[in-house]
Design a protein around this ligand. Structure first.
Ligand code: NAP
Length: 260
């Protein structure tokens, strides 16, 4: 008999896909979320309402699990991610020392974003924390690229940083990878994983405007600075590790069909 797999942040963009993937594979997900289950949440997942930062019910969440896929994050308060991850590890060490799988971001150690410095610190916590571990760096999700182009596309003129490329991945593809890791022996730092295509942000914006039926003039704008230089050098890409199967265009067709 296999034991449950804990999905922290199982209500989030990636976490929901991980929960769905586990259910598809007849594995028992246990969600840790700060909110109670609602009618849109899968009834077949176990549910713990708790908080990684306050520590509330974290011991219940980690009790008797085989592995943990740690998708919880608070982009606006990354110091909370550090505290929450430390709490998760310390609590799990008191239990059965499950395998901890952490999704990180391709290029996190090369792109000088403040948020990425926190992520590198969390990767180190995972690596040195004492639990068996796997770290999977992923490229940007289609959902994030959609947010970027949709925000830029609020007006007829659509300014976007020139030279910026993405290799976005569909969250179900990313989830498949994380579940593969979680049910196998710990891998340490796994090879990076990205979507099926590397494309310029202008091309991605063009695909969005066509799919959404918006007439937009896309304008590439040179953006100075260290961060954009790192992106222009392609540190957010992993062209040799195209593991995703769904392109941004296919993702858009799915989202727009659902009215998104
Ligand atoms: N977005 C991307 O393009 C991308 C690319 C590569 C890797 N990643 C990584 O993938 C992971 C998941 O990202 P995401 O975009 O799916 O995030 P998300 O949609 O913002 O979901 C994060 C979830 O974390 C939960 N959470 C936040 N604080 C918590 C706390 N104190 N205790 C318990 N749960 C908490 C929230 O659940 P409740 O509100 O229900 O508590 C939320 O649903 C992150 O580590 C991110 O860095 C993201």
């Amino acid at each position: 008999m296999t034991r449950p797999i804990l999905v922290t942040g199982g209500t989030g963009t990636l976490g929901r896909a991980v929960v769905a993937e586990l259910l598809d594979r007849h594995r028992q997900p246990r969600v840790l979320s700060r909110r109670p289950r609602n009618s849109a949440d899968p009834t077949s997942a176990q549910w713990v309402t708790g908080d990684l930062v306050s520590g509330e019910f974290v011991a219940d969440a980690v009790a008797d699990v085989d592995s943990i896929i740690h998708c919880a994050t608070d982009y606006r308060h990354m110091d909370n991610d550090v505290r929450g991850t430390r709490r998760l590890i310390d609590t799990a060490l008191l239990g059965g020392s499950p395998h901890l799988v952490y999704p990180s971001i391709v290029g996190v150690d090369r792109i000088p974003l403040k948020m990425y410095r926190f992520k590198v610190g969390i990767e180190e916590l995972v690596q040195r924390g004492g639990l068996p571990w796997s770290v999977q760096r992923l490229t940007q999700f289609h959902d994030l690229v959609l947010t970027i182009v949709r925000n830029a596309g609020r007006f007829p003129l659509m300014p976007l940083p020139s030279g910026l490329q993405f290799q976005p991945i569909d969250t179900p593809d990313a989830a498949r990878r994380l579940v593969d890791l979680a049910i196998a022996a710990p891998s340490g730092r796994a090879p990076d994983a990205g979507g099926p295509l590397v494309q310029t942000v202008e091309d991605l914006a063009q695909q969005w405007s066509a799919a959404a039926g918006k007439k937009r003039r896309i304008v590439g704008v040179p953006v100075p600075g260290k961060v954009m230089r790192a992106y222009r050098q392609g540190w957010n890409l992993t062209p040799d590790n195209e593991v995703g199967t769904v392109t941004f265009e296919e993702f858009l067709a799915r989202v727009i069909r659902r009215g998104g």
